[in-house]
Design a protein around this ligand. Structure first.
Ligand code: ADP
Ligand code: NI
Length: 217
């Protein structure tokens, strides 16, 4: 099967799984990450097909919501791609991406070995910053019952994954524990350039937010 047709068929298969998610992992997140990753892969001269497959499947089993995340990731990736006749050698590269993509508080060593996987990580992180990143953050905060902000609770960062997962404060804190750290975690030059602009926009957003919070006119 032609690569383009495989991508299209994979999209048809997975779209339904994401459509109703409101935690920031809806189909449109996957679509944006896929589009970004594809462009970065072309610029960085990586394997575009492997990158595209990895991007489309990177959230196929989320470690926050799926108990046996590793087993599920491997099974689902194998199943989707074998059905489409993809070579096992390519599938194994995609499994590596799916298993090691997540941010997990940014405190653990990055186990992603391939350039294609690092590009998917860059694209996923780019979708967590800038205007879209801000929107997703407040959507996530609302869904999990966090308040917007509390000026009496100073920003905290985390040294361990457990601390990141357990210590939820207000949603503004998510900028300090994650969003503002992401630009320095980009792997590729292409992503670093895009991230710099999105980062600047978040700083401006926070400026405005605090001004309006204090009812400064
Ligand atoms: P990723 O897809 O990068 O692994 P996550 O699953 O951690 O991202 O989160 C999905 C979206 O929700 C992201 O935009 C992320 O920044 C946001 N998010 C994650 N945790 C929180 C939180 N505690 N408060 C607010 N937003 C969050
Ligand atoms: Ni994602």
């Amino acid at each position: 099967m032609e690569k383009e047709l495989i991508i299209q068929k994979l999209i048809d298969k997975i779209k339904g799984q994401f459509e109703s998610d409101s935690s920031g992992h809806d189909w449109f997140h996957i679509e944006r990450v896929w589009q970004l990753a594809k462009q970065i892969a072309i610029k960085e001269q990586a394997n575009v097909f492997v990158t595209e497959l990895g991007a489309l499947l990177h959230d196929i089993a989320d470690h926050k919501f799926v108990e046996n995340f590793e087993e599920e990731s491997i099974n689902r990736t194998n199943q989707y791609l074998r059905d489409l006749g993809v070579d096992q050698e390519i599938i194994d590269q995609v499994i590596h991406i799916v298993l090691h993509c997540s941010f997990k508080g940014g405190v653990e060593e990055n186990k992603m070995k391939s350039i294609e996987g690092r590009i998917v990580q860059d694209a996923d992180k780019l979708d967590a910053i800038g205007a879209i990143g801000i929107a997703r953050t407040f959507a996530f905060g609302g869904k999990f019952g966090s308040i917007l902000y509390d000026p009496n609770v100073p920003p905290i960062t985390h040294k361990t994954l457990t601390s990141y997962q357990k210590n939820r404060t207000h949603t503004i804190n998510h900028f300090y524990e994650k969003l503002l750290l992401l630009k320095d975690l980009m792997h590729t030059e292409t992503a670093k350039t895009i991230a710099a602009e999105r980062h600047q926009f978040m700083l401006e957003f926070l400026d405005h937010f605090y001004k309006e919070w204090k009812a400064e006119i």
